[in-house]
Each structure stands twice: as C-alpha cells, then as structure tokens.
Unconditional design. Structure first.
Length: 142
C-alpha cells in the first residue's frame, strides 16, 4: 500500500480530477498526499535547477492552488504536504522530485489534458514523460 502519494498539480480541472483520485487512493491506504506544482516561469538560462521553493517564495497562483488542494485533502481527513518546484520543464521537475529517494514517493497520480497525438508530437506530454521516466507506479487520470 502506498504511504506517500504524489499528485501533480497545475491548476487545470484535469489535475484536480487527479487530486480526487489521489484522495480516493489515500482513503484506502492511509497514505499522505504530496501535492507538487512545477513553476516553469524560470528562464532556460537560469541558474535555478529544480529547487523546492520555500513557501514565502511561492507565486500567488501556486499559493492559491495549494490552498485549494490542501482544503480538499484535509476535508477528507488526509495529511497533505504542498511542494512548489522552481524549474524549467514540468516533466523533468516532477520526475526529479518523484525519483529522489529522500522524498519517499510510493505512487504518482497525474491528470492528463488529452491534447492528442499532433500536439504531443510538437509540445511533448508531461503525463507521458512522467509515466515513462518515474520509478514509482503512475496513475494517469483523464
């Protein structure tokens, strides 16, 4: 049974559906939910390399997203930890966090925007990237 479930949050309704699924899994297993948001506003040439940002450095959008997620999770009597990563690309940021043994992630839940093959071909797919690069089991929610 999963003890720490990472749910990838970007504020989309699909990521919130992923949060609902993570809550369902956590209820069954007694797990903690770790909500992770990747702030990709850092430039490609930034010296920043996917650090976990202190709460005081979260942008308003990330703060609101984590507050919504925390209320939803804690309403279900599940422990929640919010994490915002300052990085470059969501897929890399999320898998780097999930694959770090110190974060002890047992399962990953990610919403899929379902953009389809043509857009995925050009823009890449975060859920597809996480699915193939993460070491923990991944649930993709549509």
């Amino acid at each position: 049974m999963a003890k720490r479930i990472m749910v990838c949050l970007d504020g989309s309704k699909n990521s919130l559906r992923g949060l609902d699924k993570a809550i369902s899994f956590a209820k069954q297993s007694g797990a903690t939910i770790v909500g992770v948001h990747s702030d990709t506003t850092f430039g490609a040439f930034s010296a920043v390399r996917a650090p976990i940002l202190p709460t005081k450095e979260w942008k308003d959008e990330a703060r609101k997203l984590m507050n919504v997620a925390q209320k939803k999770v804690e309403k279900n009597k599940i422990e929640f930890k919010g994490v915002v990563i300052g990085g470059h690309t969501s897929g890399i940021d999320l898998t780097t966090f999930a694959n770090n043994p110190g974060n002890r992630i047992d399962q990953i839940v990610i919403g899929s925007r379902g953009m389809g093959f043509p857009k995925e071909l050009f823009f890449g797919s975060t859920s597809n990237f996480v699915l193939h690069k993460a070491k923990a089991p991944v649930t993709v929610v549509k």
